[in-house]
Design a binder for this molecule. Structure first.
Ligand code: URA
Length: 206
């Protein structure tokens, strides 16, 4: 797919909306592209829109989204301080995992999206996002706790990306929240190091 004519986020949104190459589109109500601050320097990539996202056209607004908001808040971030997108732009039927072919059909848009957003850091939210974006069969249990360099065909330098558990998994499996917290702290440290978040000291808060 040639996206060289796409040079702005609006142009990319138009190209995604016009795209007929992903079979998920036919079963979905809305196209769900992104939310948050495109200038934040931080991008979160989730799996796929669910029922609520399909209704509202905004990523991570259902139950998982509420937990994701709390996870962000716990490390001093918020939706306004990051940009959120998914591996596919349309809800899979019955919220099933998107197939490799469905993810692959949307991948050129994700690559272009990342090149336009030019984030300094990426958080890969969940096993599907981590595996498909990093192009590996290794499971999330092994991928998390370490930074991976995400190559992008449009960028000269790869983007550091940290995989973590999906909030839907954490809702089903609350004991894993302590592991997710370790990932989030790792992410926060790098966010601070990159100058993307000033930690409030007692003096500056006073
Ligand atoms: N889960 C995801 O991975 N993405 C969403 O947008 C909503 C739920």
């Amino acid at each position: 797919m040639n996206l060289s004519h796409v040079t702005t986020l609006n142009g990319l949104h138009d190209a995604i909306r016009a795209f007929q190459g992903c079979t998920l589109k036919t079963g979905a109500t809305r196209t769900v592209i992104g939310d948050g601050n495109p200038h934040a320097g931080i991008v979160l990539i989730g799996e796929a829109p669910g029922a609520e996202e399909d209704k509202q056209g905004i990523p991570f607004v259902g139950r998982s989204g509420k937990l994701l908001d709390q996870m962000l808040e716990a490390i001093g971030l918020s939706r306004q301080k990051v940009y959120i997108t998914n591996t596919v732009f349309w809800r899979p039927p019955d919220n099933r995992t998107p197939t490799p072919a469905e993810v692959a059909s949307c991948r050129p848009f994700l690559d272009k999206h990342l090149s336009l957003l030019a984030p300094k850091l990426v958080l890969l939210v969940g096993g599907t996002a981590a595996k498909t974006v990093l192009n590996t069969d290794v499971g999330i249990g092994k991928l998390r706790r370490q930074w991976h360099m995400l190559e992008n065909p449009y960028l000269n330098t790869p983007i550091p990306a940290l995989p973590t558990f999906h909030p839907a998994y954490l809702l089903r499996n609350p004991p894993a929240k302590k592991d997710a917290w370790e990932d989030l702290k790792m992410f926060r440290d790098r966010v601070v190091e990159a100058g993307l978040l000033q930690l409030e000291t007692k003096e500056s808060a006073a």
